[in-house]
Write a protein that binds this ligand. Structure first.
Ligand SMILES: C[S@@+](CC[C@H](N)C(=O)[O-])C[C@H]1O[C@@H](n2cnc3c(N)ncnc32)[C@H](O)[C@@H]1O
Length: 278
């Protein structure tokens, strides 16, 4: 990680500036109402789980019968905190398996198994072998697939592969559901990235559009609107949180402060996100 800020630290600093957890948490009641599939779900696959706070909140509010949780999280610091947070909240009553890899590589394992069932696993890579064993177990058996604030990390080709594998491979074909959360186009962060000249930030509207093109039906859409305090957000913390988008940009304090003024004139910007079930 650049500038010595670990991702979990950068994420915590970012989240201390807005009230998304509170809004997300209140949306969950509405999300769960009349969703009988959530009530019966026993297996969940989550990508970009981070330290797990949002997933834990979701499990506690919506998935009362959950037994098995599989996480795909490439950041080692996040994976360690995730494990500790699960222990703290579920006291070993929930099976947790973490694949410390990018979701693109996890999807690769499933695609390659279609081509050649014997040779696709690198013999040196014990993690691939573990993944292969696990993926045989999870084929078509996932009740809930979670992607909270992570789809925007993927390029368009990888998103398309993800949607395909999610709906045609992982999810239970009858009852399986995808739940995702993502910044909406009105979110000040989307505007901030634009002001800084970074690559366009993938919005929830685009994700929904892509899913619909892929024949996916969105059964519930909730929008929550909060505020983010961008006043004095430091370059280090900004870089720590958004290094994937900002990696080729040389930022200076004047540029950052002008960009913040443009999207949040009094320091506060709107923090708009969507939570959707498909
Ligand atoms: C903004 S955080 C969200 C964490 C968590 N889902 C939440 O909402 O609290 C994004 C997470 O996605 C992970 N991530 C980044 N690129 C990824 C990729 N290619 N595949 C899977 N996870 C990724 C990061 O390591 C980070 O933990």
């Amino acid at each position: 990680m650049e500038k010595g800020v670990s991702y979990p630290t950068a994420l915590r600093i970012f989240r201390d500036r807005h009230n998304e957890m509170k809004l997300f948490s209140s949306s969950l009641h509405e999300l769960a109402t009349n969703n009988s599939q959530f009530k019966e779900a026993t297996t969940c696959l989550s990508i970009g789980t981070g330290c797990g706070e949002f997933d834990i909140e979701f499990i506690q509010k919506c998935l009362s019968k959950l037994k098995e949780f599989i996480a795909v999280e490439p950041n080692r610091d996040c994976a360690k905190e995730l494990e500790a947070n699960f222990k703290k909240h579920f006291h070993g009553n929930l099976t947790l398996e973490i694949f410390e890899m990018k979701v693109e590589n996890f999807v690769d394992l499933f695609e390659k198994s279609d081509d050649d069932d014997n040779n696709y696993v690198s013999k040196e890579n014990i993690h691939d072998i573990a993944a292969k064993k696990k993926m045989d177990l999870l084929n078509g058996k996932i009740d809930v697939f979670i992607a909270f604030h992570v789809i925007y990390f993927l390029n368009s080709g990888d998103r398309s592969r993800l949607y395909d594998t999610c709906f045609n491979r992982w999810l239970d074909p009858i009852n399986g559901q995808l739940v995702f959360a993502n910044a909406h186009g009105d979110n000040a962060i989307v505007g901030l990235m634009e002001q800084l000249g970074a690559a366009p930030f993938l919005t929830s509207e685009t994700i929904k559009q892509e899913l619909k093109i892929n024949g996916v039906q969105i059964v519930k859409e909730l929008t929550y609107r909060g505020l983010i305090d961008l006043d004095g957000y430091s370059i280090d913390h900004l870089n720590g949180m958004f290094h994937f988008t900002l990696k080729n940009w040389k930022l200076n304090s004047e540029k950052v402060s002008n960009a913040i003024k443009a999207v949040a004139s009094n320091g506060y910007g709107s923090f708009v996100c969507e939570l959707c079930v498909c």
